[in-house]
Design a protein around this ligand. Structure first.
Ligand code: MN
Length: 147
């Protein structure tokens, strides 16, 4: 099950985060959530195969070409997580505040296991972006704006 890891990490009687299910929607949405947890980071999420494929960026997302950012693959999230903003309580997974930093739709131009090229249509993130997995690594990807 795609969301097992997501559900295992959370106590839904305590966190305001959505429980969610695998649920494909019509369009392809993306969201970047600013997550002020133990370390401030940005969570990039792309709707794919009925879930939100997710990467954590330790630094601010690249709005211009020439900026390369580390993107660490994290567990799939339910599609309705894209609308989530709120505070995850102390002592729980991801404790801290979550706010939507940017969102919109995206279109895939190229998709391989270790490389993806896509157009983001957000307010801050606009244009062609690339995610490339580091050779021989599972979780570490590079994320940048192509043009
Ligand atoms: Mn996060």
């Amino acid at each position: 099950m795609k969301l097992n890891e997501y559900k295992k990490k959370r106590d839904f009687s305590m966190t305001p985060e959505p429980k969610g299910d695998v649920k494909p929607s019509e369009g392809k949405i993306f969201v970047i959530q600013k997550h002020d947890a133990r370390h401030l980071h940005y969570d990039l999420r792309l709707e794919m195969d009925g879930v939100l494929k997710s990467w954590a960026l330790p630094k601010e997302p690249p709005t211009k070409p020439g900026i390369k950012r580390l993107a660490i693959k994290t567990e799939d999230h339910p599609v309705n997580y894209a609308g989530f903003e709120g505070t995850i309580p102390e002592g729980h997974y991801g404790a801290g505040s979550v706010e939507i930093w940017d969102n919109g739709t995206y279109e895939v131009e190229e998709k391989l296991d270790d490389r993806m090229v896509f157009q983001l249509k957000g307010k801050k993130m606009k244009g062609e972006f690339v995610l490339i997995r580091f050779k021989g690594e599972e979780k570490n990807w590079l994320f940048f704006k192509k043009k």
